[in-house]
Ligand binder design. Sequence first.
Ligand code: RIB
Ligand code: CA
Length: 312
Amino acid sequence: MKPIPIVLDCDPGHDDALAMILAAHNPGINLLAITTVSGNGNISKVTQNALRVCALAKIKVPVAQGAGSALLGHTEAATDIHGESALDGATLPDPIFALEEMSGVDLIAKTVREHVEKVTLVATGPLTNIALFLKFYPELKSRINEIVFMGGSIDRGNRTPYAEFNIWMDPEAADVVIKSGLPLTMCGLNVSHQALVTKDIFAQLEKMQAPLADTVIGLLRFFASTYNEVFEMPDPPLHDPITVALLIDRSVVRTRRANVEIELNGKYTRGATVVDIYNRNGSPTNVDVAIQLDFDRFWSLILNAVEAAAKA
Ligand code: RIB
Ligand code: CA
């Protein structure tokens, strides 16, 4: 099977970092570029983190800095989960290459315009850059094969009782994406909370006896400590790499087609993904919503990618 060409838009972020490693070190993916978006940390922090993860995992693709705030200007940082640096828990190497001069949105456009095949956009942070790309470059929409995003949930949220963090950060951007008419696959908390970093996963990482694996362990142990403190979850959910894993092997998740809308105005529910899973409103379906994760298949892909990166 030909590798799937993607641009990864992210806010590293512990789980974003593992999504980067999987995208760069699985032969089923052709990682064309990485763009960053303000989310887990401010834009300079998450961008520096992206460059450092590239240095750590020998990822050599263009990286460009994207939006520093949501479409309506909102910014915040998930320091309670990802720490002050937005990627606490291990010492990462200094960047080994410079950022692209152009903006993240322009790098997405350049990559999509120049690539011979249609490109899949993978988003693991707020959807600001994706929305800006769709608005500023409508002529390139036909060059997009699919958008796969980590965000939202069939049920409750994690940033507010009803809103998941990525969608909460920029609901207007999410609304642009949801209304784009492009093929969409949503990986929400309902499926990402199945992607737990269990003690056995840590043991398999420890067995690798490799410096890169040890760094990943340090990062994930930090992530585990904050998730346990904030959400009383002893094993943290590794949300973001599901978006990449399902492109490598669609059987990693079971999806269900549904109508999804973004709540923009609710006093208590702004940023919620309203997933009509039983089609009670009879609205047209617009999103493939991931429901069930194949845990073993998912983790086999992740661990193989960490091993491959360690040997690169
Ligand atoms: O709610 C989880 C999402 O928010 C993940 O993408 C995590 O990295 C944060 O961005
Ligand atoms: Ca993320």
